[in-house]
Design a protein around this ligand. Structure first.
Ligand code: SF4
Length: 338
């Protein structure tokens, strides 16, 4: 298995950001001890959603299926500047993805540049299909620090089983083109990850995926377990090999393996901002059901400690199982998700 560390992150650490991380860790431990949320500092990692539009229709994705009830759109550079600027004191890691395909937003190269001006490490997860040679040229001017390619099949039939509307040839061509530039030294700092969601329909290709990752020279190959929402989907998609399942499935239904604690470190270390500026707790809140305010109107750190966010943390510490999305979440559970 190819698995290297993202050393590039260290280039973005400053004394203030390290001190912030120490405050986050300390306040989280105090909160666990007294069973009340004490929040110091700000999250060190934030997802900023470039767009919630997608070019594919993957069957277990609310964005691809058109099931999101929140408005569809894309962030423009001016608004993004405000979002990134409000995070730079405490955060060093920005995930330029949430729902949707980031490269649908044609401002993406400019968004990366703005994030870099705020000294933020930029990670992007893509299906790779829109990474045509022209777009890659635009990206090379100020490349992201990390590119994750989600490709879940090594031939057209397997690939199209889940990535509805896409083709393996287009996705693979995006990844190969990037690796060509990386080998030529044009992406010296970009960490490339090949991510493969393991399903019943593709698990036979795992040995080939590992060989291909090695041949391409990617920095990491990730075999990811799949998130599903119903017993029917579990029966259709979950692989035979238990090692690649995050759920147990029996007569009593579908459950995350392992035991939950009434706890969630993600609510101290990270946050998500949707394309239109809404601050939501985590990447499991795909339809933004828990909005704590909008960063276009209120500074992020004010929202981070407001009563709505604190009540959410407190409720979770009382009983995590009351929240439906938290029951289908692997945070803090010791099981294999990647
Ligand atoms: S779904 Fe719940 S437990 Fe999971 S990260 Fe989000 S808030 Fe935390």
């Amino acid at each position: 298995m190819i698995k290297r560390f993202e050393w590039g992150i260290f280039r973005y650490l400053t004394f203030g950001r390290i001190l912030n991380a120490a405050l986050v860790l300390t306040s989280y431990q105090i909160s666990r001890l007294i069973r009340r949320p004490v929040v110091w500092g700000g999250p060190w990692s934030v997802s900023l959603e470039p767009t919630n539009h997608c070019n594919l229709k993957c069957p277990e994705c609310p964005s691809g299926l058109g099931e999101l009830t929140r408005p569809l759109g894309l962030v423009r550079p001016d608004a993004f500047k405000l979002y990134a600027g409000s995070l730079k004191k405490h955060a060093f890691y920005v995930q330029l993805f949430f729902q949707g395909e980031p490269f649908v937003n044609t401002y993406l190269p400019e968004l990366i540049r703005i994030a870099h001006q705020s000294r933020l490490y930029v990670a992007i997860s893509t299906n790779g299909i829109l990474l045509t040679p022209d777009r890659i040229e635009a990206l090379l001017k100020d490349p992201p620090d990390k590119l994750i390619f989600s490709i879940d099949g090594l031939d057209e039939e397997t690939y199209r089983n889940y990535r509805i509307g896409g083709t393996f040839s287009a996705a693979f061509s995006g990844l190969s083109e990037i690796m060509k530039h990386k080998k030529a030294g044009r992406l010296p700092h970009t960490f490339v990850e090949f991510q493969f969601i393991v399903m019943k329909q593709n698990e036979h290709q795992i040995p080939e995926v590992l060989k291909l990752g090695k041949r391409l020279g990617v920095n990491k190959v990730t075999l990811k377990t799949m998130q599903v929402y119903s017993t029917a989907s579990a029966e259709y998609f979950l692989p035979q090999n238990e090692k690649y399942r995050r759920y147990s499935l029996d007569a009593s239904g579908l459950r995350i393996k392992g035991t939950f604690k009434n706890d969630c470190f993600a609510l101290w270390r990270s946050a998500v901002i949707t394309w239109d500026g809404n601050a939501v707790p985590c990447c499991f809140d795909k339809d933004a059901r828990f909005v704590f305010g909008n960063v276009s109107q209120t500074p992020f750190l004010t929202l981070w400690k407001n009563s709505a966010w604190q009540t959410f943390r407190q409720d979770l510490m009382m009983d995590r199982s009351r929240l439906e999305m938290c029951r289908n979440c692997t945070e803090g559970v010791r099981i294999n998700i990647v």
